[in-house]
Design a protein around this ligand. Structure first.
Ligand code: AMP
Ligand code: ZN
Length: 115
């Protein structure tokens, strides 16, 4: 069994605030939210990130933008705006090496991607 944190969340071995789940994707609230709405959307299957896509992870990840748009509506940020990002590698700021997308909204996120 994988020791990966997000694999454990996907297997429900570690509790999380799940907001969506289907056969291949799961979305849950970020434990250290950076905005009023801060969700993480992950493929259930493990891959490290966008630079490491397996065909199975790619098929799951391809569905993430549409799911993000649905969650943005459900969490009340479609009208005000939101951001979907995936950090890749050390310089990208990635800290958990299981592919994930951050869905952020509920405040002005600014126009820049970095300070
Ligand atoms: P990144 O830094 O892009 O790899 O994003 C990893 C995210 O996972 C961070 O925003 C963390 O706050 C979040 N995180 C870490 N542990 C947990 C957890 N147990 N449940 C929910 N989110 C977590
Ligand atoms: Zn994993």
């Amino acid at each position: 069994m994988s020791e990966c944190l997000f694999c454990k969340i996907a297997r429900k071995e570690i509790p999380s605030a799940i907001v969506y789940e289907d056969d291949t994707l799961i979305a849950f609230k970020d434990i250290f939210p950076q905005a009023p709405v801060h969700l993480l959307i992950i493929p259930k299957v493990h891959c490290e990130g966008l630079g490491d896509l397996t065909p199975e992870a790619e098929a799951a990840a391809a569905r993430i933008p549409r799911l993000a748009a649905r969650l943005a509506v459900e969490h009340g940020v479609q009208a005000s705006g939101w951001r979907l990002i995936s950090n890749c590698g050390a310089d990208g700021g990635q800290t958990v090496f299981h592919l994930h997308f951050h869905l952020l909204g509920g405040k002005s996120l600014g126009g820049k991607l970095c300070q």
